[in-house]
Design a protein around this ligand. Structure first.
Ligand SMILES: [Zn+2]
Ligand SMILES: [Zn+2]
Length: 305
């Protein structure tokens, strides 16, 4: 189970009702950020998420509304005497852009900052989750990211255990460790005595992009967070962004459970945008800053403000 917090849902520039892009995913004790627009530090403060818990930051691309917030966030970590390293991931150019940003003012980080340039084909993973970047189309090197929590085994099933003529005991720990064991000459596999697997949460975040075909990697996710900067193609003009209708098409093709319309243009008031979204794509969800979602094991639970 993960907790996802929308820290900033607007695009291009902040408005009185929403900040520029940032999404926090809490998994276990770790917090991962996707994008870090200006003012993300304040959004974290309001959300009650400690910057010290952030282990990795994934930047989709180097337009200011997606990464300028790194500076104040890292300076605050420094001020609070952070010791743990911080990993930053982004498309090619990340090392130069982030290093330049960190050279601003009288400030030298006292903890290790590891900057990694990634691209489609890379996989960043640990025991609990993996993050896979995919290329999007935005006029500059730009990535979307798939976040996938690891699937977990089902609970031990007493009925299944009884049917095999067994009773609960220390063998269960051994089985959990090894995957299969032999008891009285009979091979027992973990799946013989446990319920269905618990599917880890899968979240897809496109970052900024004009309409693209989302690959198999993005299919069947719990939540597709798709940019939909504009209500109509007329509003969009020639820019490398998507409309509500285009995000909706990608959502239908990708067979994801929930569509969250993200990076809404500053020209639209929330209510105006939401009314348009309901007409164009009735199944879409229009998140507001600080909305929280719990996801995992096939469920998506909304904790909307
Ligand atoms: Zn943007
Ligand atoms: Zn952009």
């Amino acid at each position: 189970m993960i907790t996802l917090t929308f820290l900033g849902t607007g695009g291009i520039k902040p408005t009185p009702e929403r900040n520029v892009p940032s999404i926090a995913i809490k998994i276990g004790k770790e917090v991962i950020l996707f994008d870090c627009g200006e003012g993300t530090l304040r959004q974290l403060e309001i959300s009650g998420i400690s910057p010290m818990k952030i282990s990795k930051i994934f930047i989709t691309h180097f337009h200011g509304d997606h990464y300028i917030g790194l500076l104040s966030l890292i300076q605050t970590m420094n001020l609070w005497d952070r010791k743990e390293p911080l990993e930053i991931y982004g498309p090619p150019g990340a090392v130069t852009f982030v290093k330049n940003l960190l050279r601003t003012g009288y400030f030298l980080p006292t903890f290790k900052i590891i900057i990694n340039e990634v691209w489609e084909g890379d996989v960043i993973k640990n025991k609990e989750y993996k993050v896979v970047p995919f290329e999007v189309s935005h006029g500059v090197p730009a990535l979307g990211y798939v976040f996938k929590e690891r699937d977990k085994r089902g609970n031990f099933d007493l009925e299944k255990i009884k049917r095999l003529g067994l009773s609960p005991g220390p063998w269960m720990k051994e089985l959990e460790k090894r995957g299969k064991i032999e008891i009285s000459g009979i091979e027992i596999r973990l799946e013989d005595v446990t319920g269905p697997k618990k599917r880890g949460a899968k979240i897809v975040y496109t970052g900024d992009t004009e309409p693209i075909t989302l690959g198999d990697l993005c299919k069947d996710c719990d939540m597709l967070i798709h940019e939909a900067t504009y209500i109509s193609p007329e509003d969009r003009g020639e820019s490398y962004h998507s409309t509500i209708g285009e995000a909706c098409n990608s959502f239908v093709e990708s067979r994801c459970k929930v569509l969250a319309l993200f990076h809404r243009g500053p020209r639209y008031k929330y209510s105006e945008y939401k009314i348009a979204a309901k007409k164009i794509c009735p199944q879409a969800y229009v998140p507001r800053d600080f909305d929280r979602i719990l996801a995992g094991n096939g469920n998506v639970i909304f904790e909307v403000r």
